[in-house]
Design a protein around this ligand. Structure first.
Ligand SMILES: [Zn+2]
Length: 213
C-alpha cells in the first residue's frame, strides 16, 4: 500500500450519487440480505468515469497489494467500507478505491473491524503504519499498530505469492545496488528505482529500499 491523493469526483457520481443512494436505501429493508437486493440498485457505481479516475489515482496499481492491474487480473472498484454493511456509502466517492480481484474477492470481502479499521490510502500516511522487512519480504506493522494488523489480515498482504514476488524484486535490487556502489552511481540507481516502481508496482517496497540506501 502507498498513499495517494484522491482525484476529483467523477461526473456520474456528482450527478447521481444522492439519487442512487436514496433508491438503494429504500431497497435495504425490503430484502432479507444485502445480496438479495437486485443488482440494478447496487451496481451503479461501476461507471467508466469512476474506473478512469481511480485508475489514474492508483496509477493502475491495486490499492492494497500494489500489483499492476490488467496483466493477470481485472480491476475492481473496491468499497473500503463494505457496501453490505454500509449501503449508504455504496456510491460515496471517498469510499471507492481500485483493487485487484484477489485482494477484493479472496481476502477483503465484507471484512470490517469498527475498532481498528483498515488503512485508507487516500487518508492515512501508509508509511507511518506499515513497512517492508527487506529480509523476509513481509509487510510488518510499525509499533504493532492495530490498524496495520487489521489491514494486513483483511487484505492478505502477506499471502505466499505476494511475499515471493517481493522477495524476487528485493534480490534483484540488492544485486543491482552492489553494482551501483562499485560504479559510484548510487544517485542514478535511486532514480532508476523510482521510475521502476511506477511500471512494476510495489511502490512501498521500492520506497522502503530507497530509504535504506
Ligand atoms: Zn491486490
Amino acid at each position: 500500500m502507498h498513499k495517494v491523493n484522491r482525484g476529483i469526483k467523477p461526473k456520474s457520481l456528482n450527478d447521481n450519487a444522492t439519487k442512487w443512494t436514496r433508491e438503494l436505501l429504500v431497497q435495504v429493508p425490503l430484502n432479507k440480505t444485502f445480496t438479495d437486493i437486485p443488482s440494478k440498485y447496487v451496481n451503479k457505481y461501476k461507471q467508466e468515469d469512476v474506473k478512469q479516475v481511480l485508475t489514474q489515482m492508483y496509477e493502475g496499481l491495486c490499492c492494497y497489494c500494489e500489483s499492476p492491474i490488467g496483466v493477470q487480473t481485472y480491476e475492481q472498484i473496491e468499497h473500503l467500507k463494505p457496501k453490505s454493511i454500509f449501503p449508504r456509502f455504496c456510491f460515496e466517492w471517498n469510499n471507492l478505491h481500485l483493487s485487484c480481484q484477489i485482494c477484493n474477492i479472496s481476502y477483503k470481502k465484507a471484512n470490517w473491524d469498527n475498532d481498528n479499521p483498515i488503512l485508507d490510502p487516500t487518508v492515512d500516511n501508509i508509511e507511518d503504519f506499515i513497512e517492508i522487512d527487506l529480509e523476509s519480504g513481509e509487510i510488518i506493522p510499525i509499533s504493532n499498530n492495530e490498524r496495520a494488523n487489521t489491514t494486513i489480515e483483511h487484505t492478505g498482504l502477506n499471502r505466499v505469492n505476494l511475499v515471493k514476488r517481493r522477495n524476487s524484486i528485493i534480490i534483484i535490487m540488492k544485486k543491482l545496488l552492489k553494482i551501483a556502489v562499485n560504479a559510484n552511481e548510487i544517485e542514478e540507481f535511486k532514480e532508476i528505482l523510482e521510475t521502476m516502481s511506477v511500471d512494476m508496482g510495489y511502490k512501498l517496497l521500492f520506497s522502503s529500499f530507497i530509504k535504506k540506501i
